[in-house]
Ligand binder design. Sequence first.
Ligand code: IPD
Ligand code: CA
Ligand code: CA
Length: 271
Amino acid sequence: MSITDTQNLLARIREAALEAGTIMRSAHQGQNEISPDKIKAGHANFVTIYDKKVQEFLIERLSEILPESHFVGEENGRDVFDDRFQRGYTFVVDPIDGTSNFMNNYGPSVTSIGLFKEGKPFLGVVYNPWQDVMFSAAEGVGAFENGKKIHSSEEPLAMSLVSFGTAPYYPELREQVWKIGGFYLDRCVDLRRSGSAAWDLCMVASGRTGLFVEPLLQLWDFAAGAVILTEAGGRITDLEGKDLDFRGPSSIAAASAGVCREAYLPSGSAE
Ligand code: IPD
Ligand code: CA
Ligand code: CA
């Protein structure tokens, strides 16, 4: 795909994300709270009718944009390790990332659209309809916030905010969560908890935070944000500092250009 074709594709996917945002905003017209439609496995893991609505819309629209693509979305239960996933193009989508924020009309909830090419992240779009903020990036094209090129921060960890995900659905990780939180609270300006991992990755990409860590995330949580961060000069690994294989769930450490230069991981291993 030429750079121009990639830019055109990115523009069409951004339009789809804008429309997804309109569906999300329609949920809060006249009501402050959205009730869960279903409860998934794990602690307080809710799904609303809007998660499903946005996903159905995206399957339809993204298949029109790239008819030869496959589709992996949080709410359709398809196996991310499917063999087809390693060939051609695959959309990896979280229709609403930050569902608990969305349900309670609190803080960021976003639509996150990643596009993989031969099993590797190629393009990403993250849209926050509440602030009308669109992040997008594609391999070799750069990363953008509302059309303006972005670069991650050059500050060291000690001068940075760190966003910290609590892996809420996995009670077995609680101890690890608090240990990691304590580790960074001693080494950075302060911790932040947004409630949306896709948004957290964009906050590192755009220079607002220096690092984002979470002990366990699913592929659709970080597929789009990984491209946005990497194109913005940051680095995404697991919490041991290993490169991600993008085949399924992983712990995440997403660092800015500045933080990358230090030994920033709890294990001390950052190449
Ligand atoms: C969740 C959010 C949250 C993170 C969880 C994710 P969901 O996604 O990204 O910030 O802490 O680990 O599962 O369920 O709102 O799409
Ligand atoms: Ca998610
Ligand atoms: Ca979700």
